[in-house]
Design a protein around this ligand. Structure first.
Ligand code: AMP
Ligand code: TRP
Length: 340
């Protein structure tokens, strides 16, 4: 239970499925990069979560490498962050099983992401339902204090808290109860084609929905130019549903420039309508995304280096997660041989 370091521990995860988009970058990845060093960071490419819906095997391998390369290109520094692939650390699957056995099924049936995903499928896999338990294991095995995620994950982190508390109640103090860290701005970037629905990986291939982080400068300009707005011309933060499109563009600009709302509105006070707004936002997005894209392309050429970094991350992650799962098993009454 005691914390071996004085730094706060941070854990977050991201799935190697679907196209990474601007919402992932602004709501999650950018903050993981900014916080490195200040905190002890663990970032996990959650391939075991990806297979809760069928993945083509070659595609999964490819996407896992791509996501590793992308995170490194975005600025995750393997000397300051433990960056690793979930399936490389067996303790995640084992910890998830132990936690499955302290989690009432009713808690899982209430998860809104599960309900939404299950509603879209004819046959729902058991793994999709127990997905949040695996997520809880991810976090709890590292005794993380903070979990930086977008708004959509808040319910899953609250569930991880409930699971930790229940485990501690049944077996004695073992697991650190984590806190969700949701950004004040950028936690929910909306779709460009429909600013009332969040930008999501599953819709990222729908034309006009998202800015993919691998889009060319021209594709970014085009996507933002086509973004749905309203028939007015006022460029101000306004959270009424009609202004959701403009609000979303201003939010994207605000996160990327780290300005206050007043400063952002002042920047657009002389703009001549939404065309000007879109041009400026597109350029700010390109300034952020273009350098990441070129580093990403370089990294994708060097498979040996990617494999080497994956191995280093996994080894460091195992050194934390394995003793924790062992402690959990001992507390629960398993006989744990020394060689395990
Ligand atoms: P996912 O795309 O579901 O694998 O999410 C990876 C990370 O990006 C999680 O921390 C999400 O909360 C975050 N995220 C996903 N979509 C958005 C969005 N539209 N706005 C802000 N953050 C998001
Ligand atoms: N479920 C998260 C998502 O879809 C990904 C994830 C898996 C995660 N394990 C995690 C996020 C642990 C934070 C902490 O975005």
């Amino acid at each position: 239970m005691s914390d071996p370091t004085s730094k706060r521990r941070v854990f977050s995860g991201i799935q190697p499925s679907g196209n990474l988009h601007l919402g992932n970058y602004l709501g999650a990845i950018r903050r993981w990069v900014d916080e490195q060093g200040e905190k002890e960071n663990f970032i996990c490419v959650v391939d075991l979560h990806a297979v809760t819906v069928y993945q083509d095997p070659d595609e999964l391998r490819d996407q896992t490498r791509r996501l590793m390369a992308f995170l490194l290109a975005a600025g995750i520094d393997p000397r300051r962050t433990t960056l690793f692939v979930q399936s490389h650390v067996r303790a995640h699957a084992e910890g998830a099983w132990l936690l499955n056995c302290v989690t009432p099924i009713g808690w899982l049936e209430r998860m809104t992401q599960y309900k939404a995903k299950a509603a879209k499928q004819e046959s729902v896999l058991t793994g999709l339902m127990t997905y949040p338990v695996l997520q809880a294991a991810d976090i709890l095995l590292y005794s993380a204090h903070e979990v930086p995620v977008g708004e959509d994950q808040k319910q899953h982190i609250e569930l991880a808290r409930d699971i930790a508390q229940r485990y501690n109640h049944l077996y004695g103090p073992t697991l650190v109860v984590p806190e969700p860290m949701i950004p004040k701005v950028g936690a929910r970037i909306m779709g460009l084609d429909d600013p009332t629905a969040k930008m999501s990986k599953s819709s990222a291939s729908v034309r006009g929905h998202a800015v993919a982080l691998t889009d060319s400068d021209d594709e970014i300009r085009r996507a933002i130019k086509r973004a749905v707005t309203d028939s007015g011309r006022e460029i101000v933060f306004d959270d009424s549903p009609e202004k959701a499109g403009v609000n979303n563009l201003l939010t994207i600009y605000q996160v990327l420039t780290s300005k206050s709302q007043d400063e952002v509105e002042a920047d657009f006070s002389t703009a001549r309508g939404y065309g000007d707004l879109k041009k400026t936002v597109a350029e700010v997005v390109i300034d952020a995304v273009a350098p990441i894209r070129s580093r990403y392309e370089e990294l994708m050429e060097d498979r040996g280096e990617l494999d080497r970094l994956m191995a280093i991350g996994a080894e460091r992650a195992r050194s934390i997660a394995e003793p924790k799962v062992r402690e959990m098993k001992e507390k629960m009454g398993f006989i744990v041989p020394a060689e395990l």
